[in-house]
Design a protein around this ligand. Structure first.
Ligand SMILES: [Zn+2]
Ligand SMILES: [Zn+2]
Length: 391
């Protein structure tokens, strides 16, 4: 089959590789009908994630049709259309049974490798390095799905792939970010980053009853989408303000937003001295994360508010305003998404027409075009926000 394979820093290739096969009784083989490139794939593309090997198959956002199931899978059969969550989870461990699927203790055969590098053992992810399990991803014609009896959601034939595909990651990720704010009627939520997760965090916050969402970015196309598609008030932090934290306070009666969402993560962009310092430290490998967005979010957040972090962080952060967070009585919520928990409720929102996730797609192309699209997406050329590949 054809698959998008990692060959090194900024070197993706479409290779011919062997078709996947059932290995365990709880496996399914899925023929991919749609797959997407995720912002977090760019960390792999840029060589930021250790334990990648030449030839690793990329992709953790995919859906398709079941071709074959192992003898332990009784809820799916060949021909079923399924959406597959990006995190792999067993469904039986303490974490899975408590709906904390992203913390599954059984799915990652290389958990010890992750523990050695990151200090904790975590669940596996599709197509996301060997420390996250070394599972082949879904930017391919076929994929092996482990724990297929508990992960994939069976979906109706009548709804377009483009509307359902983002159930695999970015829609639940944006939704979880908004849900964990504990939004009350009348609340204002500020969202840093208008990439795909930011867009769905905005839409979810409004769905959950926020009165206002203020979105922050610097790219005009993303800001326009946040305003016109997702329904946020917007701030371009490069052209609309000299002091973002102060502007946010002014817009919220001096109190600051009730909740803040950092949908930027570890590769934040910024102009201040601290941002430049962090860039240097990151270059010298003294610090993994650049935390400009997170710092601003903590500083802007109103007293008693929630700091929700769907953006990915990987290491230690210096100059973290802990005193301010403590003094304002902030609540922090973060982590990988418990996708399995949100699949069905969000699917029902899509069926009812409450959310149309396909509106964020800017590029559709064939699997063969993936290497070029990685570059376009990385460099944010051509107003690229979300790429869908059709094998
Ligand atoms: Zn993703
Ligand atoms: Zn588990």
């Amino acid at each position: 089959m054809k698959a998008v394979c990692w060959h090194g820093v900024e070197d993706m290739r479409v290779d011919r590789v062997p078709d996947p096969e059932i290995i365990n009784p709880r496996d399914a083989i899925v023929r991919i009908t749609s797959t997407a490139i995720c912002g977090s794939d760019l960390h792999l593309y840029g060589g930021k994630v250790p334990t990648m090997k030449k030839g690793d198959i990329m992709g953790h956002e995919f859906m398709g049709v079941v071709e074959e199931v192992g003898r332990g899978v009784s809820n799916l059969k060949a021909g079923d259309r399924v959406v597959v969550p990006f995190g792999i989870a067993c469904g039986n461990c303490w974490y899975c049974r408590h709906d904390l699927w992203s913390l599954c203790d059984n799915s990652n055969p290389n958990a010890a490798m992750l523990e050695g590098i990151a200090g904790y053992g975590g669940s596996a992810l599709f197509g996301y390095s060997h420390m996250y399990g070394g599972y082949a991803g879904g930017q391919a014609e076929y994929v092996r799905v482990p724990f297929a009896d508990v992960g994939p959601l069976k979906v109706d034939q009548g709804i377009d792939d483009d509307k359902l595909l983002f159930l695999t990651d970015i829609l639940p990720t944006g939704y979880q970010a908004a849900e964990q704010c504990g939004i009350r009627p009348g609340d204002t939520v500020a969202v840093w980053g208008c990439g795909p997760v930011g867009q769905f965090a905005i839409q979810s916050a409004l769905l959950l009853g926020a009165e206002r969402v203020i979105a922050i970015d610097r790219f005009p196309d993303r800001i326009a989408m946040a305003r016109d598609v997702s329904g946020a008030e917007v701030i371009n932090y490069e052209t609309d303000t000299d002091d973002l934290v102060e502007t946010l306070k002014q817009k919220t009666g001096g109190r600051g937003p009730d909740h803040v969402i950092d949908a930027v993560g570890m590769e934040a962009h910024g102009h201040d001295v601290l941002s430049q310092l962090e860039k240097g430290k990151q270059y010298l490998k003294l610090q993994l994360d650049r935390a400009t967005a997170l710092r601003q979010a903590i500083q802007a957040c109103g007293k008693g508010g929630t700091v929700s972090i769907p953006g990915v962080y990987a290491g230690f952060i210096d100059k973290f305003p802990m005193g301010q967070a403590f003094g304002k009585g902030l609540t922090f919520k973060m982590g990988q998404t418990n996708t399995q928990k949100y699949l069905r409720p969000l699917y029902e929102h899509i069926v009812r027409g409450d959310i149309d996730p396909s509106r964020i797609i800017t590029h559709r192309c064939a699997l063969d075009d993936a290497p070029g699209m990685y570059k376009t997406f990385q460099e944010k050329q051509d107003d690229c926000i979300k790429v869908v590949l059709k094998p």
